[in-house]
Design a protein around this ligand. Sequence first.
Ligand SMILES: Cc1cc2nc3c(=O)[nH]c(=O)nc-3n(C[C@H](O)[C@H](O)[C@H](O)COP(=O)(O)OP(=O)(O)OC[C@H]3O[C@@H](n4cnc5c(N)ncnc54)[C@H](O)[C@@H]3O)c2cc1C
Length: 443
Amino acid sequence: MRINNKRIHKINEQPIRSGSIVYWMSRDQRVDDNWALLYAEELALNRDLFVVFNLVPTFSQATLRQYSFMLEGLKEVAEVLKQNNIPFHIYTGDPAENIPEFIEEVNCGALVTDFDPLKIKRKWQNEVKRKIDIAFYEVDTHNIVPCRESSQKQEYAAYTIRPKINNLLPEFLEEFPEIEKQKKVHIPEIDWESLYEQLEVDYTVKPIDWLTPGSTAAYKNLQEFIETKIEKYPEQSNDPNQYAISNMSPYLHFGQISAQRIALEIEKADVSKEAREAYLEQLIIRKELTDNYCFYNKDYDSPAGFPDWAKKTIKEHRNDEREHVYTLKEFENAETHDRLWNAAQKEMLKTGKMHNYMRMYWAKKILEWTNSAEEAFDIALYLNDKYELDGRDPNGYGGVAWSVGGVHDRAWKERDIFGKIRYMSYSGCERKFDVDEYVARFL
Ligand SMILES: Cc1cc2nc3c(=O)[nH]c(=O)nc-3n(C[C@H](O)[C@H](O)[C@H](O)COP(=O)(O)OP(=O)(O)OC[C@H]3O[C@@H](n4cnc5c(N)ncnc54)[C@H](O)[C@@H]3O)c2cc1C
């Protein structure tokens, strides 16, 4: 077996039957460095192998911006699968209908999919499970250390998951085998135009042009980051004027590159220990912590998921007077009194990617300028998911819950509105970076 079986989770009790093998690609939209596809290929020895993707025409707050990034990336998936003689099918509509139908059509004996901690994906998976009578496997090819392996419970914070992940990294941070070319079969054509036409999304949020979608572009972006920016990462990644960050999050979100590939390339490169450790802390520990949060906390998408100390302090400060209160529309249109906040909002509107440091400030100010933490949570998540290229991700739920609800954080000195939730201020930003320069760029 080329794949560590701890990455594989059997979803049902059904046996592998005769017939083809299908990989239902969902979160991890790439051909190379994909353990789920590799496992499907392994099962398909002397059988036909198919890859299927189900496109839901509307998904959370996703707009044309995110859908186009995804579809353009899927075009590359189709091309690379074709080079390997693997038929790729895309269906639109409800996966609970389409996947079982496809299984029938290709006389499938076992189904493989990729791991995703989000509720909607788990719901689809359960619906499909109920309708099929063949073996159904889930492979965690998103996390380096599989989410079910790193911990069996919700972790309190980075410091509690870090030793668990670090202990298991030597076992899981390994090179990927290459996918093998299959025997020649008919490869269906995909009508991309018709897929775009079937979307039911907000077309006013336009695609961006500063970041090219797809696995090849993701790899190129990574190499550029390693060559030109990673050494600045420890010192400058918190300065939104420096852009000493990797911009890998949209690629990671759509699975166009694997975090494991990024970590392997950084391990191989001539990178200082300090830069490597600072970057891998974010890429591995912080990122895998949010998968842990979403997988083990069913309330990850609401303030009910906040820790008890945070719920208590928020409740105690519920009636504190707010100097400024804004509506969703005012936030959305960047119409607050704070030019730094407005600039951050504009950065997100225009580029689809707000700098990490500004995301924290941005979400915390929404808490300060709304009447309740519930409202703040909803507004922050709504805007995040509508405009960020990397939105609707466990990192988004984790990031908003950290900012507004103290998730993965600790109690701080008590103050108005925030209670013991960590506070961030305009003057604090002025001490950290040139606010004028940032504001001038986006306002
Ligand atoms: C309010 C708020 C909302 C957020 N929403 C999202 C979101 O929707 N999608 C998303 O992917 N990230 C989100 N984040 C986390 C973080 O801001 C982004 O991952 C980061 O800005 C992505 O840019 P980058 O790839 O250039 O980051 P880099 O600094 O280059 O980091 C590399 C990778 O490490 C991981 N990473 C970095 N920072 C964090 C973090 N704080 N938590 C978890 N993983 C991290 C990401 O996978 C990132 O791509 C949010 C954070 C906050 C505070």
